[in-house]
Design a protein around this ligand. Structure first.
Ligand code: NCD
Length: 308
């Protein structure tokens, strides 16, 4: 099977570091990379809405000198005629060199990877995983903190359905001396499959709380997330929980000066715009870093597939 990125743990810590190093090199020497994918095609197969992830992949491929084909909603693809993900993957393998796929069903990009003859990148599958957002998050943390060991990382908001949270917990669990704070309403706690996986295996200490302010003074990173409306079974629950946490300057009173505030975006209400000017706010840098990490990933997967 051609090498793909379905889960962040498909890549070793050394390989993730290699991607970080490449992304940093792209930032420093963009002209060296601007023709590397000349004549290559990325197919963006987005069965679920997305702005930044899809455009980030497109911008990444264009900045490598390559081309992009694809669709941005299931209705405009043959899925609306009943085509399976497996067949779509086989068909697109005849047209493109690499696929980025977002799908509402958990596991769909894995099925695509098992059937495609080109690399497949999971651009988000349901409430499961979102490894390329994690790549953006890792580069942000690396550039802000200089490494990963020994950090206290708070995740706040919808930790149940937030796929970016699950992938980032998995990725960070492989470093040394970390401590996690899971801050959420009772109903939106981190799923037990995440806690029982690598977190338990590596005996990583964590605190579960509903109280953001009590955790605040300890945090090096605060990763805010929106409540994932589209994954709720009823609107009433969403309305009750949606404003559980709103980060305001007041709530940062006891935070470290060196805190980094992250958010995968889109932001709804979770971070007051008054925080955008705070030097600790990193969420717009995170967007930019996501593009560079996707460039690094496309280069690595195309090289491994023998296309480059
Ligand atoms: C995230 C996602 O799609 O899961 N967005 C993104 O890709 N940056 C987060 C979210 O939608 O809340």
């Amino acid at each position: 099977m051609t090498r793909s990125m379905i889960d962040i743990l498909d890549f070793t810590t050394e390989e993730l570091q290699e991607l970080i190093d490449t992304a940093n090199d792209i930032i420093a020497n963009p002209e060296f990379y601007c023709e590397r994918c000349r004549g290559k095609k990325l197919a963006t197969l987005f069965f679920e809405p997305s702005t930044r992830t899809r455009l980030s992949f497109e911008a990444a491929m264009y900045e490598l000198g390559g081309n992009v084909i694809g669709f941005s909603e299931a209705q405009s693809s043959s899925a609306s005629k009943g085509e399976s993900v497996a067949d779509t993957a086989k068909v697109i393998s005849c047209y493109a060199d690499i696929i980025a796929m977002r799908h509402p069903k958990e596991g769909a990009p894995l099925v695509a990877a098992m059937n495609a003859s080109i690399p497949v990148i999971n651009a988000g599958d349901g409430g499961h995983n979102h490894p390329t957002q994690t790549l953006a998050d890792l580069l942000t943390i690396y550039r802000e903190k200089g490494g990963f060991d020994g950090l206290s990382v708070g995740f706040c908001g919808d930790l149940k359905f937030g796929r970016t949270v699950h992938s980032l917990i998995n990725a960070l669990s492989r470093y040394e001396g970390l401590k996690f704070f899971f801050i959420s309403p009772e109903e939106l706690k981190v799923p037990s499959y995440v806690k029982k996986g690598i977190l338990a295996e590596r005996s990583i200490p964590y605190v579960q709380t509903t109280d953001l302010e009590s955790a605040m003074p300890e945090l090096d990173i605060l990763y805010m997330t929106r409540v994932q409306r589209e994954r709720f079974f009823n609107e009433e629950d969403y309305l009750r929980l949606k404003d559980s946490y709103i980060l305001t300057p007041e709530k940062l009173k006891n935070a470290k000066e060196s805190l980094s505030i992250m958010h995968p975006l889109p932001r709804v209400n979770e971070i007051s715009v008054a925080i955008d000017e705070d030097p600790r706010a990193c969420y717009f840098k995170q967007v930019l870093y996501g593009k560079y990490m996707r460039m690094a990933l496309i280069l690595k997967l195309l090289k491994e597939a023998g296309t480059l």
